[in-house]
Design a protein. Sequence first.
Lengths: 246, 230
Amino acid sequence: MTAKITKTDLLKVSARLMLIQSAWTMQSMQSEGFVFCLMPVLRKLFPDNSKLRRVINHFHLPINTHPFLVSILAGSILKMESEGQSQRLIISYLRTAMTALAALGDSYFHAVLAFSSMVAVLATLIFGAVAGLVTLLVMYNAVHFLIRFAGIFIGFRKGDATISALGKWIDSGKTKLLRTLTGIAGGFVISMIFTKMAQDILSLFWIVPIATGLVLVAFVLNLKRSLWAYVLPSFLLLVLISEVLI
Amino acid sequence: MVQALSIFAAVFVVGAMLLLERRCLGKPAVVQPLVLCLIAGLLQGESTTGLWLGISLQLLSMGQSHYCNWVLAAITAGGSVAILGAYDILLVPGAPAAVALLLVSILVGIVFDFIDRKLSFSRGNSVIAGADIWKSESGEEFSRLIYRMVFRGFLFGGMQSMLGVGLASALGYAMTVLTSVQPHLFVQQIVALLVPLFGVSVTLGSLSGRVFPFYAFIGVAVSAGVGGIL
């Protein structure tokens, strides 16, 4: 229990977290992957095999959280294990934190970061395809890798206070505001590009009805989200058949 | 023959490596459809087609991360652009060959996503339950299991990529041959415009809360206003 955890140990865990979902199943979800990732530090903290086996069994429950934010969870759990906190407290914290991080991660990475990166890509495409490519890779992955590699250190420093600290940076209000701003910026950029693309083949008269139709289709897809999987392939197939036949 | 075999070997290795990111990490970070298709397009001097395929798949993938393996769809589209380009087959956005690539990419993504889910229910569970690693003394079994699953994912991903790219390239080639007599340019332009626009609708429709598409519509209105002023 007295072993000192170094930055290298935490970085090893961080690198292993890249493989967190490799053994994902419906029964245990990420639990086998989570133990695999923590192993370098757990083995250092508990050199005795019987103790190590007991600690490993703390994680014998379905673990499922956001794969980018899991480093924060791993850091705080390792801190709690290194302080020798009780099994009950660790499991209770694990259950609460993984749910909170999953909710935060999904709304932040999926609805805000991915969408705002795409808006930025569309806006930079006027400088060429390579500019768009670089924008997408840099904007999305700068945040992703920062959280992935810094997360474990934040988690290890804050321990079981991590989630409340994290809530100050990413909360639902800020996420909602960012989503609203991104929505407006997205509508603006997309319609500007569409106007530029369409002006050679369609008269300006058609642009407003098409933009309105686009938003209406979005409403329908919002009601039934799996609809695209039938609509788009059917449309493409129809185009191909008509091209061959006509 | 040797050239075809070496192309498919390359597709197997590259596709398997790219699919590992999604399989192991769960959320694609570097392997985005726009990145893969654009790189394939730039390599073959067909950046417009790469961009069209990439943007369409990227918008769809942002809207719907369920129901489709978008990394595989992007590998299929990007790989086919590279292969058809190597055989000097010209791809034009909205033209039948490019539409065929997009269609096969999406269908391959949907089918293999379904198969992956089924396998993780049945085979994945049985492999992990059979390993019985929670009773291990040293914890070494966890490492062995993960490396075994990564290797399995590599092989499975490679085969998926080869199948997807093979199908898409074959259909793309067939469409080029079948429709080369009289291209319908107006239809091609409309299709080239409609597919990314549908992607925009899918993305907007996925924003949680039914009020968010309204915000996008505000942006559209502002843009119309700016356009009117200019």
